[in-house]
Design a protein around this ligand. Structure first.
Ligand code: ATP
Ligand code: MG
Length: 139
């Protein structure tokens, strides 16, 4: 796998709000290829592990509860400079501060229920992709 990949989840709010198709459309229009894709649901243990860097933050409990509350779409995406390009496409963590036209500005409910996840480094993109997908699910 090259470093031109990032990992994303369409979070439970955006799945429940019916935005899977629109968000995948934005991702595709922005020039990302799909290397892996599935509808799945995190257990509480999965969500705790995935976000364990935030374990000491006051919102950790809420975050774990939310991320395990319903189905998500997990995907591995490919583009040159994928991590940075994808974080530009999704916008700021808080949708109220996200730029016009970004996925979070368009589809997020709030700072906690913010529609999508995007990896923050090449190293974490690989770790997160492997957390969700087996080798034969990544193309
Ligand atoms: P993500 O890692 O999901 O792509 P991010 O990198 O923009 O988001 P982080 O700082 O890594 O933001 O926070 C992880 C997630 O924790 C956020 O996406 C959001 O769902 C939640 N979160 C962050 N800050 C807050 C907050 N102040 N209150 C509630 N939830 C928060
Ligand atoms: Mg993050």
């Amino acid at each position: 796998m090259t470093s031109n990949i990032t990992f994303t989840m369409i979070k439970p709010d955006a799945v429940a709000d019916g935005h899977i198709g629109a968000i995948l459309g934005k991702i595709s229009e922005a020039g990302f290829g799909i290397k892996a894709l599935k509808l799945t649901q995190l257990t509480v243990a999965d969500a705790k592990k995935f976000y364990e860097v935030h374990a000491e933050r006051p919102f950790y409990g809420e975050l774990v509860e939310f991320m395990s509350s319903g189905p998500i779409v997990a995907a591995v995406l490919e583009k040159e400079n994928a991590v940075d390009e994808f974080r530009k496409l999704i916008g700021a963590t808080n949708p109220a501060e996200a730029a016009e036209g970004t996925i979070r500005k368009l589809f997020a409910r709030s700072i906690g229920e913010n529609a999508v996840h995007g990896s923050d480094s090449d190293e974490n993109a690989l770790i997160e992709a492997q957390f969700h997908f087996s080798g034969r699910e990544i193309f």
